[in-house]
Design a protein around this ligand. Structure first.
Ligand code: S3P
Length: 177
């Protein structure tokens, strides 16, 4: 099992607002591993906020940087919160799967709508018409599902419960390996 899942990194994937950063921080503290947030690393590298990168340079440029930052992570062990669009490029998915254990935090669109207002700041894609956001959400679900080693549903659960489920999933796989 470990052959196709080198468990040196634990990647969290999922749509905006699914809790990747919040849960990731909790999981990292339970594992006593470093926590990395890909969006923060992009902002640091580019010296500007994500909204500004999208506005000045466009989404394709952002995706290029996102792939480069992902592949440039130097830490051996880390819990990594990815951006919601990481699965839009096949090369990223191949990289995730070959360098770590990938957990999909699955959220319903209803829950996303409940969280939407608090998510808008700093997320340029959420300035779009809600129907376009819904299409993007739906298009990505099969991408997240095929990119992950394990799915954790987040609806109705608090951060602690989701973090425990992520860890259970991860440690079972490690034992099987
Ligand atoms: C994006 C998600 C964001 C950020 C950027 C694009 C996306 O990250 O990378 O705004 O395409 O879904 P979060 O999922 O951490 O909000």
């Amino acid at each position: 099992m470990l052959k196709d899942c080198p468990a040196s990194k634990l990647y969290l994937i999922g749509f905006m607002g699914s809790g990747k950063s919040t849960v990731g921080k909790r999981v990292a503290s339970l594992l006593q591993w470093p926590f990395l947030d890909l969006d923060d690393l992009i902002v640091e590298r580019e010296g500007m906020e994500i909204e500004r990168i999208f506005a000045l340079k466009g989404e394709t440029y952002f995706r290029d940087v996102e792939s480069q930052v992902l592949k440039g992570l130097s830490q051996k062990k880390a819990v990594v919160a990815t951006g919601g669009g990481i699965v839009e490029r096949r090369e990223n998915v191949d990289y995730l799967k070959s360098t770590g254990f990938v957990v999909f935090l699955r959220m319903s669109f209803d829950l996303f709508l409940k969280r939407l207002e608090s998510l808008k700041e700093g997320r340029p894609l959420l300035a779009q018409d809600i129907e376009d956001v819904r299409k993007r959400f739906e298009l990505r679900q099969p991408l997240y599902e095929s990119a992950c080693h394990c799915v954790v549903d987040v609806d109705g659960k608090d951060v602690e419960t989701v973090a425990e489920e992520v860890l259970n999933c991860f440690s079972q796989r490690r034992r099987l390996g």
